[in-house]
Design a protein around this ligand. Structure first.
Ligand code: NAI
Length: 377
């Protein structure tokens, strides 16, 4: 692992989730931007002192010569470091698991996607919400035509933790997220809008054609958007509306997806992740539960407990790690991956996310392009 050291957020989730199913063992790391602190963290995690590195460059130099070298490296650092770290790892022959957004700039995303394709290295991107079994269930059922033609997609990711200027009060996560050089051009839209955008496209199978966006910065002194509304037109005519917000009081991690088709709809809310709400044309609302016997293979292989025993965020994250392990093993064995190793987020999905952010910011900065003000009546 690179990043995810003392006081960091997502690194610990990676450690917990990667261990859940026994496919991964953490054996080496450069966990911190401060080399001494990183080595100390590694030792406290119980790692071999010889594999407790100060920098990612040391990790690469130390691991590439070992017979038992690491199979893959998870990058859990702020956005602007993803590209240089991933590039160095790929060039040294390592597979990579990279946090989202894939990179801080579109140039880096294009270069990284090309590098992973040309090198044949695996690059998995941790779009967490595509790890949930009921998200897969919705995807399979929509592909089967259970709600007819998709007409409208409503997706939102509201958060509340940045409703005040905590970046000015020593919050390390908010500090880099509000710095355009470290975060990238899109504030809330890059941080969480990318999750929502991926989720909507993943479940519906729709491809974005065009968008118009309105970005706002509500917290005084903040350099990037903390609230975004994006209207989307998908190929084939479906419409989408995406809301991301870091200032939506009352919402801890309120990811919500609603997909309305010509013969029915599906709704999925992250805070009730074991349920998928289905409404057919006759209006009789049904709750489809994780763990039920008649679910798709894609949902079943991502489930561990019977219905009623809840699974959640860590299991969804663990499902991504299972998928990444299976995809890498399948490549080594020269076979097709089993279903858990398919439909997993890869570099191209990461690139599409960064391209989405670029389009959103371009639209918003373009002076309300596409918007029309009604005449006064
Ligand atoms: P954080 O600020 O809590 O942690 C970053 C860690 O990286 C720190 O330990 C820092 O010392 C380390 N670091 C920075 N530069 C480094 C370098 N050159 N070498 C080694 N370590 C270095 O950040 P947080 O919130 O954990 O976010 C990290 C990444 O994860 C971001 O890209 C973020 O967008 C993503 N993320 C993804 C989530 C998901 O749901 N998949 C949720 C939260 C964050």
């Amino acid at each position: 692992m690179v990043g995810g050291g003392q006081g960091a957020y997502i690194g610990n989730i990676h450690r917990l989730a990667s261990r859940l199913d026994g496919h991964w063992t953490l054996v080496a790391g450069a966990f911190d931007v401060d080399p001494d602190r990183g080595r100390e963290f590694a030792l406290n995690e119980g790692l071999d002192p010889a594999r407790s590195y100060g920098t990612y460059q040391d990790l690469i130099a130390g691991e590439r010569g070992r017979e038992d070298r690491v199979d893959a490296v998870a990058i859990c650092t702020p956005n602007f470091t993803h590209y240089p770290i991933a590039k160095a790892l790929i060039e040294a022959g390592f597979d990579v698991i990279c946090e989202k957004p894939l990179t801080a700039t579109i140039e880096d995303a294009i270069a990284l996607e090309a590098l992973s394709r040309q090198s044949g290295r695996f690059v998995g991107v941790t779009y967490t919400y595509s790890g949930y079994p009921m998200v897969h269930e919705a995807r399979v059922r929509i592909a089967r035509g259970e709600i007819g033609d998709v007409r409208t997609v409503q997706v939102e990711y509201p958060l509340e933790w940045m409703a005040t200027a905590i970046e000015q009060k020593g919050n390390i996560q908010a500090a880099w997220r509000t710095d355009p050089k470290k975060n990238g051009r899109g504030g809330s839209i890059g941080d969480i809008g990318t999750h929502a955008y991926h989720l909507a496209g993943f479940v519906t199978g729709l491809t974005l054609e065009t968008l118009t966006a309105d970005l706002a910065t509500f917290v005084p002194g903040r350099a990037l958007d903390d609230n975004a509304h994006v209207m989307m037109r998908y190929e084939g005519g479906a419409r989408g509306l995406l809301w991301s917000s870091q200032v939506a009081l009352g919402n801890s991690n309120g990811v919500r997806l609603r997909v309305f088709g010509s013969t029915g709809s599906f709704q999925w809310f992250q805070e009730q992740p074991n349920e998928l709400i289905y409404t057919p044309l006759d209006g009789r609302v049904q709750t489809i539960k994780r763990g039920a016997d008649d679910l798709s293979e894609d949902a079943k292989v991502r489930s561990r407990t019977p219905p009623g025993h809840p699974e959640g965020y860590l299991e969804a994250f663990a499902n991504l790690y299972c998928g990444f392990a299976e995809a890498i093993r399948a490549r080594l064995d020269e076979r097709e991956p089993t279903s858990i190793g398919r439909n997993i987020p890869l570099t191209y999905d990461g690139l599409k996310g960064v391209a989405f952010v670029e389009a959103v910011v371009d639209s918003a900065e373009g002076g309300n392009a596409g918007w029309v003000t009604p005449i006064a009546v």
